[in-house]
Design a protein around this ligand. Structure first.
Ligand code: IMP
Length: 202
């Protein structure tokens, strides 16, 4: 059995400048008595995501924040992986929104690429990799997923990113239409978070 390092500090940096992710991770961490601060609160620089996997990017973001802030840091690298698009946008999910991070544009791009194919396969998964890093360089990394389908047109105004076009398998509503608590019960982020809690907060 793998030995995991336990989290025993009272303060944690959420190593993200994405307000949607910071909010969701804050909600997931609310059950613990931890003082949660974000990379934005501490004015930490946003490292370039040079990794070629979700894991590599989550680890580089968590380590950069942990060593700069001298505090344990939790980073999330996540994205939408569409089967008929060979896994795209994948680790480039944020970049499909362009410099303005326009997710209406990113969703339209995914829809147009899918519509141009012969395939009618609309299946996709959201992936979330969470890395908890300590200032001494130790990392704990967990991958969570949720399976679903891409729908069009976009529906709902909750959540963030690609939520309006993602419908989890067995559901009739998109991630942007459901209650945040419902998303937390089944999302890729919740899946990775539950593994992290079992390993490091249990
Ligand atoms: P990154 O991890 O900073 O590279 O960005 C991940 C991108 O994936 C986000 O900007 C969103 O566009 C997308 N994404 C990740 N998680 C979710 C989610 O829960 N809902 C919708 N989109 C998401």
């Amino acid at each position: 059995m793998t030995e995991h390092r336990r989290f025993s500090d009272s303060r944690l940096v959420v190593a993200s400048h994405n307000l949607g992710k910071v909010r969701e991770i804050g909600e997931l961490l609310a059950q613990f008595s931890i003082d949660v601060v974000s990379a934005g609160d501490l004015d930490l620089p946003e490292p370039e995501e040079t990794g070629l996997t979700f894991e590599a990017n989550a680890e580089l973001k968590a380590l950069a924040a942990a060593t700069t802030a001298n505090l344990p840091a939790l980073a999330d690298d996540s994205g939408l992986s569409v089967v008929a698009l060979n896994g795209d946008p994948g680790i480039y999910s944020a970049r499909w929104g362009g410099p303005g991070k326009d997710f209406n544009l990113a969703m339209k791009r995914a829809h147009e690429k899918l519509s141009s194919l012969d395939s009618t396969d609309r299946s996709a998964e959201f992936v979330c990799v969470l890395t908890l890093a300590w200032p001494d360089g130790h990392v704990e990394t967990f991958r969570g997923t949720v399976q679903g389908d891409i729908v069009w047109p976009p529906k709902g105004d909750r959540g963030f990113g690609y939520d309006p076009i993602f419908q989890a398998k067995g559901m009739q509503r998109t991630f942007a239409e459901i209650d945040p608590a419902e998303k937390h019960a089944m999302s890729h982020r919740a899946d990775a978070f539950n593994q992290l809690v079992d390993a490091c907060f249990g």
